[in-house]
Design a protein around this ligand. Structure first.
Ligand code: FAD
Length: 298
């Protein structure tokens, strides 16, 4: 493994790991809508189905299930033990981060970036207070052990819910560098930033979301510390994260010391992004058959 830049002598780098918990399906009620900034809408969701809801990790996300465009029918998955059984073809779903969880009130906040032409974006702006939506998850997320003494958090506005929650849950002595690409000053949010962390807003200044090199340029200017191991987390438009991933790998952050996820792709809906290729389908079929033969299917 490449050595983390400047960390010679620190010993083997810590590793992230997947959390484990059951995935649930619930029908939740829209309780409140707030326009946080011109392009960010916050919905508070709750209701009786929130019983037993758990939320542990800053960037954990759930799927919202929407009606199919052609039939208007919502085909939610059904509970199957600790997992969900999804209908086929896969229903219309969109991934969103749990921005805030209030266990006492049994409520969550989800922050939606508002943009042209999206099922979820339009729903967030127009859904009636008191109406319901199916919420699957949250899915287990990646645990970042505290042995990482320095966090690098990078993203566009779709990653702001995760970054905002991460900042609000960090210990006071946390160290790190945070940068968020947004449209302009009006999209900045008031966030708690520990003294050892810097937060930089990268303004697109009129450029289209997902069309700039701001995040990659910022990443390559980061000075990593030499006294602790660092962890890189990034979320945002898939193509604009490529240079961030290259920078992370070039500084020795393997997938065990980083988590860099394309949250959306310019000009492509989430269905199109997730549509399995022929190769994926063949691999899935082979895995399914092998698991069946080995009696490991569940
Ligand atoms: C793990 C994970 C967590 C996420 N958390 C959040 C979150 O908390 N908040 C959030 O807002 N998003 C979040 N996203 C991103 C969100 O799922 C996508 O942006 C999604 O495509 C939005 O769905 P839609 O129905 O509005 O648009 P789609 O129907 O999927 O897309 C329609 C068109 O809009 C474009 N588009 C999609 N998103 C954007 C955007 N943000 N800006 C400009 N154009 C866009 C597409 O390229 C396409 O051309 C997350 C994604 C992942 C994978």
């Amino acid at each position: 493994m490449a050595e983390l830049r400047g960390t010679t002598g620190l010993g083997e780098a810590p590793r992230n790991s997947w959390a484990e918990w059951d995935i649930k399906i619930r029908e939740v009620v829209v309780l409140e809508r707030r326009q946080l900034t011109p392009k960010m809408v916050r919905l508070t969701l709750g209701g009786p189905d929130m019983d037993g809801f758990e939320s542990h990790i800053a960037d954990e996300h759930c799927k919202l299930v929407f009606p199919d465009a052609d039939t208007g029918e919502t085909r939610a998955p059904v509970q199957d033990g600790a997992r969900l059984a999804w209908p086929s073809p896969f229903p219309t779903c969109r991934d969103y981060t749990i921005r805030r969880y209030d266990a006492v009130a049994g409520e969550i906040d989800i922050d939606f970036v508002v943009h042209a032409g999206g099922v979820a974006s339009e729903w967030a702006q127009s859904c009636e207070i008191g109406s319901t939506v199916w919420l699957a998850g949250p899915r287990p997320a990646m645990v970042v052990p505290p042995e990482f003494g320095f966090l690098v958090l990078l993203g566009d506005e779709t990653a702001l819910p995760a970054i905002g929650r991460w900042l609000s849950e960090m210990p006071a002595d946390a160290r790190g560098v945070v940068a968020v690409e947004i449209d302009g000053p009006a999209e900045e949010q008031e966030l708690p930033v520990p003294a050892g962390v810097t937060l930089t807003w990268l303004h697109r200044d009129g450029a289209a979301p997902g069309s700039t090199t701001l995040l990659g340029d910022f990443a390559s200017s980061i000075e990593l510390p030499s006294d602790v191991h660092s962890y890189v987390w990034a979320g945002g438009e898939a193509i604009s994260l490529k240079p961030v991933r290259q920078w992370a790998r070039s500084t020795g952050h393997t997938k065990h010391q980083s988590d860099i996820t394309g949250y959306w792709r310019r000009g492509v809906t989430q269905e199109e992004l997730e549509k399995p290729s022929l190769l994926d389908r063949v691999v899935h079929r082979v895995e399914h058959t092998v698991a069946h033969l080995l009696g490991r299917e569940h």
